[in-house]
Design a protein around this ligand. Structure first.
Ligand SMILES: Nc1ncnc2c1ncn2[C@@H]1O[C@H](COP(=O)(O)OP(=O)(O)OP(=O)(O)O)[C@@H](O)[C@H]1O
Length: 356
């Protein structure tokens, strides 16, 4: 079973600059947390501190409510495991790489053999046991890293962009296996990712960092659909960030007059100057003569169609620039061609407002 983690008042400065300032972070037992944020936001530093690899200048870490004393932290350290982007394998066989941590701990040979074989099997690399670890593919090497971490039966697993260098199918398969293992073992896990699409699949909660501070925590859907800042919205793939003026009408939908004169309805109850956030996948594009939706319908023309990760990014001119996502089948139907007139619709609930 996992450990609960609490961090209070963490501060780290390097090169005369504060690079981490986390006032409060609480991670429940068995929860899986994703850390996101732009380059240099402090994600790796936070992982290092939570994993007790680096002592903060000030502040405290609590595991299961007990404050960490860095001089007596060995027994806690033994309950943690870290997996990095680079597999960092030793120049020996796969089996020995997975066994090394257990041997260090003086675990009897038959137990080592049993546990290593179990985790090689779970991670589907039993057939690689006798292979030199340095000659593995990236995906195989990362499976070995995970086996090496899980074999120690940690209560917290930290992962710093473990799958960043892998191709999409390998990454997808490993994500699915990691998800199942974490659910089965109940281990607490904290992972860093640049790929926000991984979050709803793997994370219970997400912490978004910017400039060394946590700017928002919440469920993955909240972070992706209702980010707290325009910077975070852009970071999590909200391509439509539309400045405007919101008007609250009693308990009715909020009307937003966007720059350029178009008015749309939004789901967030905020008045005044706002930025309306609309995820590209929320926009439905139909042929120009399609039956009109009752609200939030914008007529426009297709400007560009650009392939994007198995889908197509469709740039529209609807009196204001809009970006939508379309599938290959939509493209085959023929209405999505540069220059064609189309109708873009989206539900008010999909429009999130951030005060400007
Ligand atoms: N030893 C150091 N001396 C000076 N600055 C440092 C040092 N280590 C890290 N930093 C700075 O601290 C900030 C946070 O670094 P960190 O590696 O934690 O960010 P990150 O969010 O993990 O970034 P990335 O996504 O690029 O991996 C960066 O601006 C980095 O340059």
């Amino acid at each position: 079973m996992g450990i609960s983690i609490r961090a209070e008042g963490l501060r780290i400065s390097k090169g005369g600059r504060e690079i981490l300032a986390v006032d409060n972070l609480e991670i429940g037992r068995g929860e899986v947390w994703g850390l996101i944020g732009p380059n240099g936001a402090g994600k790796s530093t936070l992982i290092q501190v939570l994993a007790l690899l680096e002592e903060p200048d000030s502040g405290s870490i609590f595991f299961d409510g007990q404050k960490i004393d860095y001089h007596r932290a060995l027994s806690w350290r033994r309950q943690l495991a870290v997996v990095f982007q680079e597999a960092l394998l030793l120049d020996t066989t796969v089996f020995n790489n997975v066994a090394v941590g257990l041997r260090f701990r003086g675990i009897p040979r038959p137990v080592v053999k049993e546990r290593v074989e179990h985790w090689l099997e779970v991670l589907r690399i039993s057939h690689l046991a006798g292979r030199p670890a340095r000659r593995l593919s990236g995906g195989e090497a990362q499976r070995v890293s995970l086996a090496r971490a899980f074999v120690l039966e940690p209560r917290v697993l930290f992962l710093d962009e473990p799958f960043a260098a892998l191709d999409a199918p390998t990454r997808g398969a490993l994500l699915e296996e990691l998800h199942l293992i974490l659910r089965e073992t109940g281990i607490t896990a904290v992972f860093v990712t640049h790929d926000f699409t991984e979050l709803p699949f793997l994370a219970d909660r997400v912490a978004a960092l910017q400039g060394g501070r946590i700017v928002q925590t919440g469920r993955p859907e909240t972070i992706l659909w209702q980010p707290a800042s325009v910077e975070l919205a852009a970071f999590v793939g909200i391509t439509n960030l539309l400045p405007g003026e919101a008007r609250l009408n009693g308990s009715g939908p909020v009307q937003v007059r966007l720059q350029g004169g178009v008015t749309i309805l939004a789901g967030t109850r905020v008045g005044g100057r706002v930025v309306a956030c609309l995820r590209p996948e929320e926009i439905i594009i139909q042929g120009g003569n399609a039956a009109e939706a009752p609200v939030n319908r914008l007529r426009g023309r297709v400007r560009h169609i650009i392939p994007q990760g198995g889908q197509y990014r469709v740039e529209l001119d609807c009196g204001l620039p809009l970006v939508a996502l379309a599938g290959a089948s939509q493209l085959r139907q023929g209405c999505l061609q540069p220059g064609r007139e189309v109708l873009a619709t989206f539900p008010p609930e999909a429009v999130h407002l951030i005060p400007a």
